[in-house]
Design a protein around this ligand. Structure first.
Ligand code: NAD
Length: 290
């Protein structure tokens, strides 16, 4: 396929490289100076989108996505697909999809989980929103860049699934970290705590697969000085999106709200910026009740 790829950062660059390796013809554009083997660089987003059968965007936020969409939608060929893989607010995802639809394009919002490692290995999970026809057009590309793609529903459903998942993740990581800090203060050995919880009803991905305690459970960023992994500020971004969506949908999400407040404090005032989101554990360790 002829593919336009806009936003070749930490995630976009390895995703584009995998498309090239699979034999697709990729024309890329990024605001920054970027070069990727096998990707032809265009001088503007519109140029990268012209004549592409599918245009993929992997951008920082909804505002930038809307800006880029204004530029590329008029340049795209009718019947082509606009596949946004960025994590953005549900409203921006729906607005861009409506704009694409009006121009006779197929639109899919397909945020990912799996991080930079998953992008490089081609093992991302895509959560997709859009029509059946749009999903079908994107499916072969999901197969190249990822290991799983779930069609979650109409436009915006992919973003909705992503922020619900990450709200659960943020809340359970905080619960796991505060429980370890409590266990410490109660004199309970961390290995014993892991042994019990990982096989009891308190188990979760945060405990079992990504244990925040160094030297306990499987290898995780905690064993590497809390180098990300999944940075605390990216978790904060997703929690903010979840609370923005909860606000506009009128949903009551008190735990998500508290998780957002704690990660805001951690990232902005407590040296959490640039650390893995599981570094909440040393934060709790250092604190008392008041
Ligand atoms: P990044 O900042 O490394 O990459 C974004 C790229 O977009 C940059 O290269 C930037 O120069 C480019 N860009 C910005 N404005 C542009 C414009 N107007 N035109 C063209 N290019 C422009 O970010 P990333 O880590 O690659 O993340 C991309 C998206 O993926 C984000 O929405 C993020 O939330 C999501 N995501 C990231 C991860 C992760 O682990 N990094 C995991 C899952 C999802």
């Amino acid at each position: 396929m002829k593919i336009g790829f806009i936003g070749l950062g930490n995630m976009g660059a390895p995703m584009a490289a995998n498309l090239v390796k699979a034999g697709h013809e990729v024309t890329g554009f990024d605001m920054a100076e970027v070069s990727i083997e096998g990707v032809t660089m265009a001088s503007s987003a519109a140029e990268a989108a012209t004549q592409a059968q599918v245009v993929i965007t992997m951008l920082p936020n909804g505002q930038i996505l809307r800006h880029v969409a204004n530029e590329i939608i008029p340049a795209m060929t009718r019947g082509a697909a606009f596949l946004d893989c960025s994590t953005v607010d549900v409203d921006s995802a729906r607005a861009v999809a409506a704009q694409a639809d009006e121009a006779g394009l197929l639109a899919v919002d397909a945020p990912v989980s799996g991080g930079i490692g998953g992008a490089s290995a081609g093992t991302l999970t895509f959560m997709a929103g859009g029509s059946k026809a749009a999903f079908a057009m994107a499916a072969p590309l999901f197969d190249v860049m990822g290991q799983k793609a779930v069609h979650c529903g109409a436009s915006g459903a992919g973003q909705a699934a992503k922020i619900c998942n990450n709200m659960i993740l943020g809340v359970t990581m905080i619960a796991t970290c505060e429980a370890f800090a409590l266990a410490d203060k109660l004199g309970l050995d961390r290995d014993r705590m892991f042994d019990v919880v990982s096989t009891s009803s308190g188990y979760s991905w945060s405990m079992n697969a990504y244990c925040p305690a160094p030297g306990v459970g499987p290898k995780s960023p905690a064993d590497n000085g809390y180098q990300p992994g999944f940075a605390a500020e990216l978790m904060l971004k997703d929690l903010r999106l979840s609370q923005q969506a909860a606000g506009s949908a009128g949903a009551d999400t008190p735990m998500g709200q508290l998780a957002e407040a704690l990660y805001t404090q951690f990232v902005e005032n407590e040296d959490g910026l640039g650390k893995d989101f599981s570094a909440m554990l040393p934060r709790f360790e250092q604190r008392g009740r008041d």
